[in-house]
Design a protein around this ligand. Structure first.
Ligand SMILES: [Cu+2]
Length: 186
């Protein structure tokens, strides 16, 4: 894995109409790359992170040719001669990438879902979320327990909900949504 920054041409430029003054700023991009050697090939996977937030991906295919032999006088049907009696065949490499945009992971998903339900959720950097429930705390903790998930109640204040596995969080979110509707919380 390789990490570096590099120049990426003009980021911004302007020539003042009246004074003729020229100003320019260079752009930089962050490059995260790695090279995989697979048999005769090297695949260079290059991720570019730009200052405007855009992300670009480039696959650099290099290495050595995959070759095969030819009989004397034989011409390749699907390839090109690279040396007497040796040819490289025509073919393609097709690449797919998938971005799993779970920014901040599962906790962020849970916080977003709770806010969509109408909860006020304080910002959190830890592996739990806090829900202020006041007098409803015990009832809420009971509803969660009945649904099959355990939350930590602080009587009269609220509950601390540890971010668990995807499935457990879904059960919790469903219980929280049901509780809001049943208790008709604002
Ligand atoms: Cu190839």
């Amino acid at each position: 894995m390789c990490l570096h920054e590099e120049d990426f041409g003009i980021l911004w430029k302007h020539t003042d109409l009246f004074t003729g003054e020229v100003d320019v700023r260079r752009a930089r991009r962050l490059v995260v790359s790695s090279i995989s050697t697979v048999g005769n090939y090297e695949y260079g996977l290059f991720w570019y992170f730009h200052q405007d937030g855009s992300i670009h991906f480039e696959m650099k295919a290099t290495g050595i040719l995959n070759t095969a032999g030819l009989r004397r006088g034989e011409a390749p049907t699907y390839g090109t001669i690279v040396s007497p009696g040796v040819y490289a065949h025509y073919h393609q490499h097709v690449f797919n990438v998938r971005l799993d945009m779970a920014v901040d992971g599962e906790r962020n998903r849970v916080v977003d879902a709770l806010r969509a339900q109408g909860w006020t959720v304080p910002e959190t950097q830890a592996n739990f979320v806090w829900l202020r429930l006041g007098e409803q705390t015990a009832a809420f903790a009971g509803a969660c327990e009945q649904a099959g998930v355990v939350v930590r109640p602080f009587p009269g204040e609220g509950v601390r909900v540890t971010i668990g596995e995807n499935e457990a969080n879904d059960i919790f979110l469903k219980a929280a949504d049901g509780f809001r509707k049943d208790a008709q919380l604002p």
